[in-house]
Design a protein around this ligand. Structure first.
Ligand code: 5AD
Ligand code: SF4
Length: 469
């Protein structure tokens, strides 16, 4: 997963629910963590915790961490250093502040966190956040902090409460819904199979119930989440495997739900039925985040990606044959060990061939415990920096070109945010672009048609019109 989460303040917008204690949750990393943070908050509501955006007056602070790229653990330790001061200020007033570290850094570091940061009361991995009430109780018994890095993800989903309608209403028109966790692909650079564990799909019925609860609370757009979401194979209740395509078709039948998205996918799991869903299901948005990582088949093999550059290009062609306006997005890693200038050129070539609407690109960084961390032939830092710059120049040009190609079109936009300017509302186009318009506040939460007037690097602007083109 790669999208940046919403700012912290956004996560804490639900503070209006009557509560006698306050929790501050800081979310690092991907959408999966954003989802997990909302579900932790759901678990805490019955315990009397409301969310706050001010760590100073929180009774409970949770750092929901990410381990995917460089210096993740160091960032967490430096945040914990700041929290140490906050906690001692509170202690001076005779008040307690419970500090928890959750997510993938917690999973990877475990006990080490308590050793390096004794102010921490609880360390718990992605498979354990449903046990928060118990962990909090145990941490109140004083003494050393508690650690829970057990894995059985299914226990977590079974124990989570259905999101409260009131809370979901406060969260708005778009929602994430986690359907799959973990990964069995073992790309040689990646920590996810170790921190999130083996691939697990939530039962079909459980996902449908959560989707219905979200739609009942006014959600119009659902993004299905998973580290390998298109590997989803839920059990449909009658003992049959239900694929992601089947899930999408079933969700599309829910009245009131207007848009479906899914992220993040592996090229190997783009099955025929999922490819067909892109042309068959109108509610499935024409946007696909399909990481390729590199354009050289030699490097893809060293990464254990299980696809070639050619098979990726053919795959995208097939999906676009049924959905010609499909906007593509990807992740790239430059400077994987052994990457030559010719390998890197192959990455630039595939970018030029596919034409991405947006993308994320990173310098390779070794993650300890992964096979690539011990590969020979590291690419020098200055070469990585230079390649990343060249790649990002092309990707940025493509993004601007895509945004400009929308000028003059009329696109449906779901207005789910308020802009910084007076009278400004913001929403997403079908292609996930942010679209800014001037509109009365009554339009907030509405799906409106917008004629696009300008296209910049990161957003579009336009005016509301009555009909689509
Ligand atoms: N170094 C650089 N980038 C990485 N990613 C994952 N692991 C690493 C690593 N060790 C990137 C991949 C992945 C995205 C979420 O993060 O591009 O798709
Ligand atoms: Fe990591 Fe590869 Fe699994 Fe994606 S598919 S989560 S990059 S191991």
């Amino acid at each position: 997963m790669s999208k940046q989460p919403e700012p912290l303040e956004k996560l804490a917008e639900t503070a209006s629910i009557k509560a006698d204690k306050k929790v501050f949750i800081k979310t690092y990393g991907c959408q999966m963590n954003v989802y997990d943070s909302t579900r932790m908050s759901d678990v805490l509501t019955p315990m009397g915790y409301g969310e706050t955006s001010a760590p100073d007056d929180a009774d409970l602070i949770i750092l929901n961490t990410c381990h995917i790229r460089e210096k993740a653990a160091e960032k967490v330790y430096s945040d914990l250093g700041r929290l140490r001061i906050l906690k001692s200020k509170r202690a001076a007033k005779g008040e307690n502040m419970v500090i928890g570290v959750a997510g993938c850094v917690a999973q990877a570091e475990g006990e080490e966190i308590l050793r390096r940061a004794p102010i921490v009361d609880m360390v718990f991995g992605p498979g354990a956040y449903h046990k928060l009430p118990d962990l909090i109780k145990r941490s109140h018994n004083g003494g050393r902090g508690v650690v829970d890095t057990d894995f059985p993800i299914e226990d977590k989903f079974e124990s989570l409460p259905v999101p409260e309608k009131k809370k979901t209403l406060a969260r708005g028109k778009t929602a994430f819904l986690s359907v799959q966790e973990g990964c069995d692909k073992f790309c040689t650079f990646c920590v996810v199979p170790y921190t999130r564990g083996a691939e697990y799909s939530r039962p079909f019925r459980q996902v449908l119930d959560e989707a219905h609860a979200l739609v009942d609370a006014g959600v119009q757009e659902i993004t299905l989440l998973g580290q390998n979401v298109n590997a989803y194979h839920g059990e449909d209740g009658a003992g049959n495997d239900a694929s992601l395509a089947r899930l999408i078709h079933t969700l599309a039948d829910i009245d009131g739900l207007s848009r479906i998205r899914y992220v993040t996918s592996h090229p190997r799991d783009m099955t025929d039925d999922l490819i067909d869903a892109h042309s068959e299901v109108d509610k499935l948005m024409p946007y696909l985040h399909l990481p390729v990582q590199a354009g050289s088949t030699r490097i893809l093999q060293a990464m254990n990606r299980q696809h070639t550059a050619e098979s990726y290009v053919r795959l995208v062609e097939r999906i676009r044959a049924g959905r010609p306006d499909l906007a593509m997005s990807s992740d790239f890693i430059v400077g994987f060990p052994g990457e030559t200038e010719a390998d890197f050129q192959a990455t630039l070539d595939i970018v030029k061939e596919i034409k991405y609407a947006q993308a994320y690109s990173f310098k390779y960084s070794p993650r300890s415990g992964t096979p690539a961390a011990s590969h020979e032939n590291p690419v020098p830092e200055e070469v990585m920096v230079e390649r990343l710059k060249r790649l990002q120049t092309v990707l940025n040009e493509q993004q601007v070109a895509f945004n400009k190609s929308c000028i003059g079109k009329t696109l449906p936009v779901l207005l789910d945010r308020r802009g910084k300017r007076e009278g400004q509302l913001v929403g997403r186009s079908p292609y996930l672009q942010s679209v800014y318009i001037q509109a009365p506040d009554e339009a907030f939460g509405e799906m409106v048609n917008v004629e696009i007037e300008t296209g910049m690097a990161n957003s579009l602007t336009g005016r509301r019109v009555l009909e689509t083109t």
